[in-house]
Design a protein around this ligand. Structure first.
Ligand SMILES: [Zn+2]
Length: 248
């Protein structure tokens, strides 16, 4: 290429042809230059293409990775949202289940007073007196004859009848109910019994009417809490009911 750019030797009489020749040479040079440039450009292009071709996969790869990451991020975000929603739903369902469970537990634990009408607490557990061979084994609720008597808790009737249903004539007509927690409740001096042995009763169900049967000094309900179905196993009934959340 440097040769073609040199000026041809100049001499007399040869100016025009030389000029022509020079022009031609120059033309050739331009052509060569152009070709060279084109080639160079082509080479550069190849190089560029090559570089590009080399870079492109990287760029493509980067874009692909970015796209992939974006997709994954989007996917992960969606998955996280779904997980959060599922967790929220689980939490909600768990709360519902827990509420239902606690409602069931509350209902299962629910205990009531044997008398819902007005009453007066007279003789209490452990009191001494002429009417009892030993200390008073229950709590007396002074109420008119015929007052509804309620099961303090759900359970099964294990005793029902006259003469204390087997515990002695002093009790008059009596009922004993066995509860799921292993305790028993007894209701005595009844005027009427509304349940039979083996019957399942629910909390607060009316099981009898109060009366004045057996050894009494007046109409009242005698109420006991026992650790067995039988006389002699009584515990303080009011303390027991208080523990169960029953106020008198
Ligand atoms: Zn009594």
């Amino acid at each position: 290429m440097p040769n073609s750019t040199q000026q041809p030797p100049q001499g007399p009489g040869s100016r025009a042809p030389r000029a022509v020749k020079g022009s031609r040479l120059r033309y050739r040079a331009v052509a060569l230059l152009t070709a060279g440039a084109a080639a160079s450009a082509a080479l550069t292009g190849v190089a560029a293409a090559s570089d590009g071709g080399h870079e492109q996969p990287e760029a493509f790869s980067s874009r692909t990775v970015a796209t992939q990451l974006a997709k994954e991020t989007h996917g992960q975000a969606a998955a996280l949202r779904a997980a959060a929603e599922a967790a929220e739903q689980d939490k909600s369902q768990a709360k519902d289940a827990k509420d239902a469970q606690s409602a069931r537990e509350k209902a299962a634990k629910h205990w009531v007073s044997p008398i819902s009408d007005d009453y007066e607490l007279t003789a209490s557990f452990g009191n001494s007196g002429d009417r009892w061979a030993h200390k008073h084994s229950g709590q007396d609720f002074a109420v008119p004859v015929g007052t509804p008597v309620h099961a303090v808790h759900g359970g099964t009737v294990v005793k029902a009848g006259p003469n204390g249903a087997g515990d002695g004539p002093a009790y008059g007509n009596a009922v004993v109910i066995k509860h799921a927690d292993g305790t028993y409740t007894q209701y005595a001096h009844l005027s009427r019994i509304d349940v039979t042995v083996g019957q399942q009763v629910s909390t607060d169900q009316r099981i009898a009417r109060s009366g004045n049967t057996g050894n009494t000094s007046g109409p009242h309900l005698h109420f006991e809490v026992r650790t067995t179905p039988n006389y002699g196993s009584a515990v303080n009934p009011m303390a027991f009911l208080h523990e169960k959340g029953v106020d008198d």
